[in-house]
Design a protein around this ligand. Structure first.
Ligand SMILES: Nc1nc2c(ncn2[C@@H]2O[C@H](COP(=O)(O)OP(=O)(O)OP(=O)(O)O)[C@@H](O)[C@H]2O)c(=O)[nH]1
Length: 678
């Protein structure tokens, strides 16, 4: 796993303004979702302005709605199904896809990059649904952005990265990541991590993305949520590689590994075949919608059959030992830093650069001698146009230009350069044969910083240069301070986002806390009311928890809470939300769910908790819960009435002996009996 990218370095890269970043609607959505009190209606209005996003979000939401439910048809409903974090990251991914589907890096296959990212996203979604490692829609978005550092390198350094890719494709080459490190002092994984962090993705996803290339090397605890997310993303990478690989043998080898790893991922082998077939057809569908040119989708059923029939079942043996199939074969090439990079001062102390633009070789030689005495690295141009090109390429700190120049006169060259960001930072001295007022005024009006009359007097020139150096130093200090301020501002933004997340998260279980729960159920209530859709909720209260604490201690109590949370997470459906609302109390919010379905879902949860037990010393601690279920009904004035009904249900379940599900509402199949459905 690559170490995180140094934050100052990332700030410098970000300050260049060339990093892939969301634009237009996506930017507006991301800004909105950073506000604490953004309303779904406002978000829906912003997204609704962009038909492309509308279609994609609705499609994503429908991928998560159970088959027997009415499909999602509006942005508002899509927002409800997907939830804010997923919408935010999805919009970000789609925005990048729209704006960076082509680019200047010749050797970088943009289409293949996005095809592969899409396959990874869909595989992550399908595997997350199956394993319940994390909300499927959030993992879709994480999958889509999981290699964004590679796109960033191609965008930031198109020519240099093309050279790296070409060298990397030669036989016997070093790994692409090693070559990236050597050339850019960072690799795509580090850059991906820094960008995902900058966009505010949760740490658990960023860490999983970073380790997904080498899941075997992880130190994450077996069975932990972080480990399960990592396994899902690693398997999703495998599926994506199969999808975009045109090498038959490589496809079979990757399929063998996927097949062998399926049980550890928590997916039975029969299911992995069905899941991969589903991913493949979703990939074709989405690829068409996003207008990607994709290779023919793999037939996973056939691939897995070959694997099973293979010599000694390649699935078990060959797969694990097989080296990762690298899309490109990297080579080691010693590469000098580009001029642009040298000019930016990255990677160590560089001498200050000076550019002389003069058509007389003798004048140039005289100026060079003086400049070299004061330790400048000197470059020369013989005419105005060449001067312009070199100035933009070298980004010198100081420039000395003759007034009269072939192609482009000195004052015009100064004026043109001042229009550019690079030119604004150069200290420019104009040379002229006459030092009358008119020339002086014209020089300053063009944007020159100083003015020297010919013939040149070396002592005067050296004194003027020293004055110029002072100004350059001051400018550089101001720029450094600006950079620091930008850096602190971005760190502050990250910290604020973390604080905001922390304020809404329960530290022990990682679930949203009571504050979030109240907001969320209110939002779901409003949506259900507006669209006339069912909404249910459950209050899940652990049984005799005080006794567990008293008998085994608080630490065991905490462990019970964590295990219960994991079990709930695993047993709930993708669109449901569960929060920890009190000591041993949880609230599950189930949109689009009527009472009979909520009751059977609650029974599944109760059963999952009942199966849990924990070893504390010599004794086993049994865990169970009483669950009260309620559904929104027309007579209820507000969400509090719904919660109250669920509370009464939980109370009834306790009264009837605990470890059961109850409701005080009429269940459809109970024939109108106003009693417990336990
Ligand atoms: N270990 C631990 N205990 C907690 C935490 N928060 C609250 N508690 C304890 O949870 C217990 C809840 O007990 P009660 O509300 O009496 O419920 P109960 O013992 O489960 O009884 P019933 O609900 O009637 O089955 C209290 O003893 C609290 O001190 C926590 O974060 N960790």
């Amino acid at each position: 796993m690559s170490p995180p990218l140094d934050s100052t370095r990332f700030e410098q890269i970000r300050a260049s303004g060339d990093l892939p970043s969301p634009k237009g609607t996506a930017l507006a959505v991301i800004r909105l979702t950073r506000q604490q009190d953004v309303s779904t209606a406002e978000l829906a209005r912003v997204i609704g302005a962009d038909p492309a996003f509308v279609g994609r979000l609705i499609k994503a939401a429908n991928g998560l709605v159970a088959f027997n439910r009415r499909p999602v048809a509006s942005v508002h409903e899509a927002l409800m199904v997907l939830g804010l974090p997923a919408v935010r990251t999805m919009v970000l991914g789609f925005s990048l896809l729209s704006h960076y589907r082509r680019g200047a890096c010749q050797a970088f296959d943009y289409n293949r990059f996005w095809s592969s990212s899409l396959a990874r996203a869909l595989a992550a979604q399908v595997f997350a649904e199956r394993t319940r490692a994390a909300p499927a829609d959030e993992l879709f978005a994480v999958g889509l952005l999981g290699s964004v550092g590679e796109l960033a390198l191609a965008t930031l350094y198109p020519a240099d990265y093309a050279a790296v890719l070409e060298a990397a494709s030669k036989p016997g080459a070093a790994s692409l990541l090693e070559m990236e490190q050597e050339r850019f002092a960072m690799d795509q994984c580090e850059l991906t991590g820094a960008m995902l962090e900058d966009w505010g993705l949760p740490r658990i996803f960023i860490d999983a993305v970073a380790q997904a290339r080498d899941p075997e090397g992880t130190h994450l605890a077996e069975g932990s949520r972080a480990r399960r997310i990592l396994q899902v993303l690693a398997a999703a990478r495998g599926v994506a590689e199969i999808c975009v690989s045109d090498d038959k043998a490589a496809r079979t080898m990757l399929a063998a590994r996927l097949f062998a790893d399926a049980p550890r991922l928590g997916i039975e082998r029969e299911c992995i075949v069905a899941d991969c077939e589903r991913i493949s057809s979703l990939w074709v569908e989405w690829g068409g919608m996003l207008q990607l040119q994709q290779p023919r989708a793999p037939r996973f059923a056939e691939l897995f059959e070959q694997v099973e029939a293979g010599p000694g079942s390649a699935a078990a043996a060959g797969a694990r030992a097989a080296p990762a199939v690298r899309p490109r074969n990297p080579v080691q090439l010693p590469v000098a830093p580009s001029q642009a990079e040298a000019a930016s001062g990255e990677g160590g102390a560089h001498p200050q650069r000076a550019l002389i633009v003069d058509d007389e070789p003798r004048t140039r030689a005289g100026l060079r001698a003086v400049l070299e005495q004061v330790h400048y690295e000197v470059h020369e141009a013989g005419d105005g146009r060449e001067g312009m090109e070199l100035a933009l390429e070298l980004q010198p700190q100081i420039m000395i230009l003759d007034w009269k120049l072939p192609e482009l006169d000195g004052p015009d060259l100064v004026r043109a350069l001042r229009q550019t960001r690079i030119g604004q930072a150069i200290y420019m001295i104009l040379l002229t044969r006459s030092d009358d007022d008119e020339h002086l005024v014209a020089a300053f009006e063009a944007g020159a910083d100083d003015f020297i009359a010919k013939p040149l007097r070396p002592r005067v020139l050296a004194a003027r240069l020293r004055a110029g150096q002072r100004v350059v130093r001051l400018q550089q200090e101001v720029e450094r301070e600006h950079e620091e301020i930008r850096h602190f501002a971005s760190q502050l933004a990250v910290t604020n986002r973390r604080l905001h997340e922390a304020a809404l998260t329960d530290a022990l279980t990682g679930f949203p806390n009571r504050r979030y729960a109240i907001d969320r159920i209110q939002q779901e209530w409003s949506a259900a009311q507006r669209w006339g859709r069912p909404l249910s909720c459950m209050i899940i209260d652990l049984d005799n928890f005080k006794q567990i604490n008293d008998t085994h201690g608080h630490d065991v109590g905490d462990e019970v809470l964590r295990s219960a949370a994991d079990a709930l997470r695993g047993a709930l459906r993708g669109q449901d939300v569960v929060c920890r609302t009190g000591g041993d109390e949880f609230l599950a919010i189930c949109p689009e769910t009527d009472l009979p379905h909520a009751l059977s879902c609650a029974e599944r949860l109760r059963n999952a908790l009942d199966k849990l037990s924990l070893q504390a010393g010599d004794t086993r601690v049994a865990i169970s819960a009483s669950i009260g279920v309620a559904m929104r009904e027309h007579w209820m004035p507000d969400v509090d009435a719904l919660m109250k009904q669920a509370d009464l249900g939980a109370y009834l379940a306790k009264q009837k002996g605990r470890n059961r599900v109850a409701t005080v509402q009429k269940t459809g199949d109970a024939g109108g009996v106003d009693a417990a459905a336990d």
